[in-house]
Design a protein around this ligand. Structure first.
Ligand SMILES: Cc1cc2nc3c(=O)[nH]c(=O)nc-3n(C[C@H](O)[C@H](O)[C@H](O)COP(=O)(O)OP(=O)(O)OC[C@H]3O[C@@H](n4cnc5c(N)ncnc54)[C@H](O)[C@@H]3O)c2cc1C
Length: 369
């Protein structure tokens, strides 16, 4: 079995597709008695460093995709539901999760286990910061509910815990009013410093940054606005329905599938950096990066955000996600070369107080939380 990264391959001895928390608990208890065989939950398997792979028991969470209840400010869903399925259930009530990932075909359990950084995370924090309650199965096989006010330690160890401290069975998530239309404004920045500074200055509902061959591009998206504010009046403006905007990656993904790039290995290197120190590290990294380091369809993202109260992420409060979304395309650098470049990036990030994303699982919870 492989994941989206395609860097690690592991063959599970058993794949189980549970349909309830009770079934997860039964698998967890039997794995614990069977010589402590490893058990790993898998959502869509879109992680890139083998986090959802195991030689032991793979728990295929796509057997649990129900949306149980949508109220005026929350939704309760099975952890194997994707953000697309959550949005499909919420939008008829003109509601949406405050933070959506760029790509909707990721499970709720998978991104809450990573943290879930989206274009609205500069306002609302990560997806993990917008959870009201979790129902989970502990490593001992107990089914428990936890929230900021009940069993807080468990709640904090599950969010951004990479599945190592229990399996999320269902999640109650915050909802907010959804817009009908959006104005998407693109502007060019002269430097990385400006790209990061503008992301902190501009007032918009959704903000992202990319390094392209043409330069540094900032995208600021406004919900239900009739015209861009003066700071964005000279930009390229496009009006879209909210659904088109939320699902904006779909055409690109279809193209990548057609070209064969989607199936190639993706040794992604992503770090979360303190905003005040991010620019020199990013500049230095990009000075040495060639197109072959990123691959034919690789993407470089720079996104300023505030993680919110998610202790396991260990991110600075004013943070920048620097993501080198590499594809090991034919004729470009090998997976080994790209992975080695990622290791250097993690070391440089750590030296200035940064952390890898998704987070490395932490065994010592007492020290982490
Ligand atoms: C095209 C693409 C776009 C992406 N865009 C974003 C983005 O905008 N923002 C962002 O933050 N990330 C993004 N990611 C990365 C993504 O957040 C992580 O890969 C995420 O973990 C994927 O969710 P998944 O359902 O595929 O989880 P998986 O890869 O299956 O699992 C990820 C981790 O979560 C654990 N896990 C899964 N389900 C559960 C559960 N129910 N309980 C406990 N642990 C569980 C797994 O064991 C594993 O450690 C993107 C990835 C891709 C491929």
């Amino acid at each position: 079995m492989r994941d989206f990264g395609g860097v690690a391959l592991r063959t599970p001895r058993l794949v189980v597709r549970p349909s309830s928390a009770a079934e997860i608990a039964a698998v967890v208890r039997s794995a614990a008695t069977e010589d402590a065989v490893e058990m790993v939950a898998r959502g869509c398997g879109h992680s890139s460093r083998g986090e959802s792979l195991t030689d032991g028991i793979a728990l295929d969470m796509r057997g649990m995709t129900a949306v149980h209840r949508v109220s005026e400010d929350s939704v309760t869903v099975d952890a194997g539901a994707t953000w697309r399925e959550v949005l499909d259930a919420a939008l008829p009530n003109r509601l949406m999760p405050p933070v959506l990932t760029d790509y909707l075909d990721l499970t709720v359990g998978g991104t809450l286990s990573a943290a879930g950084i989206g274009g609205a995370s500069h306002i609302f924090g990560t997806q993990a910061a917008n959870v009201i309650e979790l129902e989970a199965v502990t490593p001992e096989g107990e089914i428990v509910n936890c929230s900021p006010s009940h069993r807080r330690h468990l709640f904090d160890s599950l969010r951004a815990g990479m599945g190592r401290h229990g399996v999320i069975a269902t999640a109650t998530l915050r909802l907010i009013a959804a817009p009908e239309r959006v104005l998407s404004c693109r502007m060019h920045c002269a430097s990385i410093v400006e790209l990061i500074a503008e992301q902190g200055r501009i007032s918009a509902d959704h903000i992202s940054g990319q390094v392209k061959s043409s330069g540094f591009e900032l995208k600021a998206v406004l919900y239900d606005a009739s015209s861009p504010p003066s700071a964005l009046s000279h930009t390229d403006v496009e009006e879209l329905t909210f659904v088109e905007f939320a699902d904006r990656l779909r055409p690109d993904v279809e193209k990548l599938v057609e070209l064969g790039e989607w199936e190639r290995p993706h040794p992604w290197g992503q770090v979360i950096l303190p905003a005040t120190q991010a620019a020199p590290l990013i500049e230095q990294t990009l000075t040495h990066a060639t197109p072959d380091d990123i691959g034919l369809s690789g993407v470089i993202l720079i996104k300023r955000f505030r993680p919110g109260q998610v202790p396991m992420l260990r991110a600075p409060s004013d943070a920048v996600l620097f993501a080198l979304l590499r594809t090991a395309s034919p004729g470009c650098h090998s997976v080994a070369q790209m992975s080695a470049a990622n290791d250097q990036l993690y070391a440089r990030a750590q030296a200035i107080g940064g952390v890898p994303y998704p987070p490395q699982p932490i065994a010592d919870l007492a020290r982490a939380i």
